[in-house]
Design a binder for this molecule. Structure first.
Ligand SMILES: [Zn+2]
Length: 214
């Protein structure tokens, strides 16, 4: 396959500098991607981004309405590029798996956190159907987990920082917490873990709790 770096078309750089910046930053890291960006403000879709083959369209009106930051836009763009490089064919059956693969691509490029906050904003925007919101909630939970796993892989063996110890402890107890439906019970598990790590306070527990929000 011909290798072409991120390519931009059909928009002016002044109009949407975000795309230009993204291509500048990530062309070297994502050289296998041959994406053409098409500006389609009139798109009927409620998605801020959509990909068809390697043609990526975006809807600036939608992302303005959702109020996405530059980091969140980059995360969503990384997700779409994840679709473009996904080897799994597009069928009705494997759509959830394709979403996961695209999310994992974004996570591997350190967009996990901003992808979660972008999806949370999408949910809050109220422009998506209940079914779409359900799908996003499942993705958020999974992204948090895989994101955490990736961080723990990077941190394992370095236990000096309380936060590192905390991430690893939460990672090790992820399933237990996720399968505990009551918030109070989740807090109890997290408080118990925190009691074993000096320097982990209530703020961290509260923040960690939101990872299981879905
Ligand atoms: Zn997707």
């Amino acid at each position: 396959m011909e290798i072409v770096p991120l390519k931009l078309r059909d928009y002016s750089q002044e109009e949407i500098p975000f795309f230009h910046d993204f291509a500048e930053k990530y062309s070297a890291e994502m050289p296998e991607v041959n994406c053409v960006f098409c500006y389609s403000e009139t798109s009927q879709s409620s998605d801020p981004f959509a990909i068809n083959g390697r043609s990526l369209s975006f809807n600036q009106l939608i992302w303005n309405r959702i109020g996405l930051t530059t980091e969140e836009l980059e995360a969503m763009l990384a997700h779409e590029i994840g679709h473009a490089v996904d080897k799994l064919p597009r069928t009705d059956d494997n759509q959830p798996e394709r979403e996961n693969n695209a999310d994992d691509f974004a996570i591997s490029h350190f967009f996990g956190d901003s992808l979660c906050s972008a999806l949370k904003k999408c949910i809050l925007s109220g422009i998506y159907s209940d079914q779409e919101v359900e799908g996003m909630k499942m993705r958020i939970s999974r992204i948090h987990f895989n994101n955490l796993n990736q961080r723990c892989d990077l941190l394992r063996g370095i236990h000096s920082e309380p936060k590192n110890k905390w991430l690893i402890a939460v990672n090790d107890h992820w399933d237990e917490i996720l399968n505990t439906p009551l918030n109070a019970e989740r807090i109890r598990i997290l408080e118990n873990l925190a009691s074993q790590i000096i320097g982990i306070g209530h703020t961290t527990i509260e923040e960690t709790l939101t990872w299981f929000d879905a």
